[in-house]
Design a protein around this ligand. Structure first.
Ligand code: GLN
Length: 446
């Protein structure tokens, strides 16, 4: 009730919730109270959580912040939702995002253009901006987001909270509306690394409904008490070069020094392929998106144009009216890149870069435990500052996309504040399935 009241009082300013599940939440909370009274509570019993609106919830509207899914009520729960409910978590509602998770500002949402709780004239980041803002403004205790190229870590950085993209395959994608299937992962946003570990414990695990689900089991909280002494931290010089804001750079380097004072060894490394990362990411993710989004045809579910006379017209008009500009841009880019005659020139080259980036990480992690970089080149910017310039928006993803390209675990935690009082985030990256270490290193700082 406390959280529902806060949402009523404050969300007019933040605009994080697309759907509030008041009745269901109260019911779930009463059930949780009972369980606690009986003395048999689970890890998440009674914990109020908000869910990014691209994760399917049975009987609850799931829009992907798109007009295309304005009436889509899934007949099933995503695997992560099933797991949360089995632990008696209380779902408060569905939170806003960039349309179909394409963006970094939450300003492409068809419904709620979320604001940053630190300064409501600024963006909360994205695409999981609703999740990060809800946690930062205490409109939910924790949240789930999804991360295809930084969409958990960057809004977490902008809103001063902790957010983690786990190793690809760790959390089931069943019921997550697909954007770039080889990159997408669901993950937690919370106040701390420790809370992220608790949530990951619940939502992770092998799932036969997801063909890329991993059998590896991870004990996420096993390294919460790790000794930083002797830890080898890789610092890639390319992530601290041109385009990275001075205050961000200084703050992350300051944090690295703190680890050094705790006994960590700092190793300067290089990632030469970083200069191709944005191009490769936008080719791969758009190619996959163009295929994944072909299902929205106005026939099976979702928005359908009232105007069409023929079958063909129905499909084209539905997609013209139902998708926003950024989504259309990605579909066009992806379809073009996959066209015969262009496939080798674009998609195949992007796959080659993907391999190079993976190899460069592997080489670094042969001798280092983790890598630390800024999470974003800047802190949260003013609403309207760059969202209308797609190239500027794409370039702002430079610090996060390589992690998805290589399928690695990475966590954002707050390392400082800029002169306007906006949070600065750093990312701790690990090798595949080293999620517990990444959490441990973040926890040591927090
Ligand atoms: N900002 C990136 C993009 O627009 C990342 C999005 C995401 O991780 N879902 O594609």
């Amino acid at each position: 009730k406390y959280y529902l009241d806060r949402i009523k009082q404050l969300d007019d300013q933040i605009d994080s919730y697309i759907t509030v599940c008041e009745e269901e939440a109260i019911k779930a909370a009463e059930k949780a109270d009972k369980r606690i009274a009986e003395g048999n509570s689970n890890l998440l019993t009674g914990i109020p959580i908000s869910i990014k609106d691209n994760i399917c919830t049975e009987g609850i509207l799931t829009t992907c912040a798109s007009k295309m899914l304005y009436n889509f009520v899934p007949p099933y729960n995503a695997t992560v939702i099933k797991k949360l409910l089995a632990e008696d978590a209380v779902i408060l509602g569905k939170v806003s995002m960039d349309e179909f998770a394409m963006g970094g500002s939450t300003q492409t949402s068809y419904y709620k253009k979320t604001k940053n709780p630190y300064d409501i004239t600024r963006v909360p980041g994205g695409s999981s901006g609703g999740s990060a803002a809800a946690v930062a403004a205490k409109l939910s205790v924790v949240a789930l987001g999804s991360d295809t190229g930084g969409s958990i870590r960057q809004p977490a950085a902008f809103c001063g909270v902790t957010g983690m993209k786990p190793t690809y395959g760790t959390v089931s994608r069943f019921g997550l509306v697909a954007f770039g299937s080889s990159l997408d992962q669901i993950g937690p946003i919370a106040q701390s690394a420790k809370e992220c570990a608790a949530l990951l414990k619940v939502i992770s695990g092998y799932d036969g409904h997801d063909g890329t689900s991993s059998h590896k089991e991870i004990d996420f909280s096993s390294q919460l008490d790790m000794d930083i002494k002797g830890l080898k931290i890789a610092v890639p010089k390319e992530f601290f070069g041109e385009g990275i804001d001075e205050e961000v750079k200084e703050s992350v380097l300051e944090a690295i020094k703190k680890y050094e004072s705790l006994g960590a060894e700092i190793v300067e490394v290089s990632m030469p392929s970083l200069k191709y990362a944005i191009a490769a990411y936008y080719l791969l993710s758009s190619a996959e998106a163009s295929s994944n989004l072909s299902r929205y045809d106005g026939i099976k579910f979702g928005y359908c144009t009232p105007k069409a006379k023929t079958y063909e017209e129905r499909i084209t008009r539905t997609r013209k009216e139902g998708f926003g500009n950024e989504v259309k841009r990605r579909i066009l880019l992806g379809t073009y890149a996959l066209s015969s005659g262009y496939y080798d020139a674009y998609y195949k080259k992007a796959l080659y870069i993907r391999q190079k980036i993976k190899q460069e990480y592997e080489e670094i992690f042969k001798s280092c435990d983790v890598m630390i970089t800024p999470t974003a080149p800047t802190t949260a910017y003013k609403i309207g500052a760059i969202e209308n310039d797609p190239v500027k928006m794409y370039l702002a993803d430079i610090c996060t996309v390589t992690v998805n390209i290589a399928g690695l675990p990475a966590i954002n935690t707050t390392c400082g504040y800029d002169s306007d009082g906006m949070p600065i985030g750093m990312s701790i990256v690990g090798k595949a399935f080293d999620d517990a270490k990444v959490i441990g290193v973040a926890n040591a700082f927090e």
